[in-house]
Design a protein around this ligand. Structure first.
Ligand code: ADP
Ligand code: MG
Ligand code: ZN
Length: 479
């Protein structure tokens, strides 16, 4: 029997606001536990929530970004459950009437574009964090940090349109790209600002009804989501093939062991006793606000990628890398404005710059090399003033010292030797010192060319113009 996997993702993104969703406490990450709390987010009796306007605007922007209807009226609801990091005993979320309705985004997998439907986006508050034993003064105790309680989230719920592990990962990444681009969320997955729950079921190919699903909770990497759903699909198929049935349950991905493990059986909506939050009025938006936020929407990653391919004639791969981050795309465009060879600039940005940034875990926003500096370097290499190889050394020094290319080249005397007379002298010396190789070359061992070029490069300390050197060597060896 052949099986088809069916998946839908619920993504939580923490909104980029200074303060929490219903109080004025800071959302800054990493503070001492429980220092960013107040009676509202501690859930003390008698307090009233006040909605954060900035959070609402960010949620509306996300609605526009996925081409969705923004609902003029939405309603906050109480979702009741007990958990030690949830001091109120309920979470304020949206249920029947969320702020954003049906939308979609496009993902690219294996060179093909696929549309993934988005069912809804709703706003809700986050819970606190439990810290269990290990490393604390009492290893048998659990501790609760409520700094994160009440921070604003959007939950983006997809339609069950996802069919492969690769699509799941691409979808998660596409949503991540959008929220980071728009500045809706910092998207920091290590800090838990962006995480997803993956719902997975399998059905025999040709069957219309969906199978029973399991939900994998809190996945915080594009790779984990791929690995986790791949494992879970296999597990479900094995279970069915062995005559078992799938239980609707919540499972966890253990990335160290590479398996999913059962956490609890799944609650149904009615277990939560949802009802409209009595302490908050319905959220009613003005048409003008919705429209203004639509006008303010910046260019989205997919549109930017398409424009880079079109405007700069870049290969799709380059365009994808360069537009993955807005700050990188901006950097690239500022550089290309000064040095028009778009592909050459792309090579330097994707090669040397990203390599060094990755090595040191630095961000492009630091701009260790300015667009002006990089453009000047690329222009020097293109003009033959320095070789590509020397250019890379110069770039590394620019990156470390912040100095301009011309300054480094001058100080270190790195200018490329293109003078034919000077190079001829050097080559004559090399041919005289390696007469055996010359004979073998002339006898047909043409692959020795590489040896001669290497010798010439060594003799010129890498500063010989490779084009001129090659030409001279060919002339002399064949002549
Ligand atoms: P809940 O809120 O209980 O998690 P929802 O009905 O809102 O449930 O669905 C959550 C997610 O699960 C959605 O992304 C949806 O597309 C997906 N989903 C629903 N049914 C299935 C199924 N049978 N197989 C795979 N995914 C599913
Ligand atoms: Mg769910
Ligand atoms: Zn507070």
């Amino acid at each position: 029997m052949q099986y088809e996997p069916v998946m839908g993702l619920e993504i939580h993104a923490q909104l980029n606001t200074n303060t929490k969703l219903f109080c004025g406490c800071s959302t800054e990450f990493g503070a001492e536990p429980n220092t960013q709390t107040c009676p509202v987010c501690l859930g003390l009796p008698g307090v009233l929530p006040v909605l954060n306007k900035e959070a609402v605007e960010l949620a509306i922007q996300m609605g526009h970004a996925i081409d969705a209807e923004v609902n003029k009226t939405s309603i906050f609801a109480r979702k009741n459950f007990f958990y030690p990091d949830l001091p109120k005993g309920y979470q304020i979320t949206q249920y029947e009437e969320p702020i954003v309705g049906l939308g979609h985004i496009e993902i690219e997998v294996g060179g093909e574009t696929k549309r993934i439907g988005i069912t809804r986006i709703h706003m809700e508050e986050d819970a606190g964090k439990l810290i269990h034993g290990a490393g604390m003064e009492d290893a048998s105790a659990s501790f609760v940090d409520l700094n994160r309680a009440c921070t604003p989230l959007i939950e983006i719920v997809s339609e069950p349109d996802i069919r492969t592990p690769e699509e799941a990962s691409a979808y998660m990444k596409a949503v991540h790209d959008i929220v980071v681009y728009l500045g809706i969320s910092d998207g920091n997955m290590e800090e838990g600002s962006f995480r997803c729950d993956a719902n997975i079921s399998v059905r025999p190919v040709g069957q219309k009804e969906f199978g029973t699903r399991t939900e994998l909770k809190n996945i915080n990497s594009f790779k984990f989501v791929k690995d986790a759903v791949r494992y879970e699909i296999e597990r479900q198929i094995d279970e069915i093939e062995d005559g078992g049935t799938i239980v609707q349950e919540t499972r966890l991905w253990d990335s160290a062991k590479g398996v999913t493990v059962s956490m609890r059986t799944k609650e149904e909506a009615h277990d939560y006793r949802y009802f409209p939050e009595p302490d908050l009025l319905p959220l009613v938006l003005e048409e003008a606000t919705i429209e203004r936020l639509k006008d303010e929407l910046p260019e989205l990653p997919a549109a930017k990628k398409a424009r880079f391919i079109e405007e700069y004639s870049l290969p799709p791969y380059d365009a994808g890398v360069l537009t993955a981050e807005r700050a990188l795309a901006d950097y690239y465009e500022e550089t290309v404005a000064l040095e028009k060879d778009a592909k050459a600039v792309s090579n330097w940005v994707m090669g040397e710059l990203l390599r060094l940034l990755n090595e040191e875990g630095r961000k492009i926003t630091d701009r260790p090399v300015t667009p002006e500096s990089l453009a000047a370097l690329v222009t020097m290499v293109k003009g033959g003033e320095i070789s590509n190889k020397i250019g890379k050394e110069v770039f590394e020094e620019m990156y470390k010292s912040g100095k301009a290319a011309a300054e480094i080249v001058k100080a270190r005397g790195l200018t490329q030797i293109s003078d034919t007379g000077e190079l001829e002298g050097i080559i004559d010396g090399i041919l005289a010192a390696n007469s055996d190789e010359v004979e073998r070359f002339r006898g047909g061992e043409t692959k020795l060319m590489g040896f001669f070029v290497g010798q010439a490069m060594k003799a010129t300390k890498g500063q010989g113009n490779p084009k001129v050197l090659n030409q001279l060597l060919r002339d002399k060896l064949n002549g």
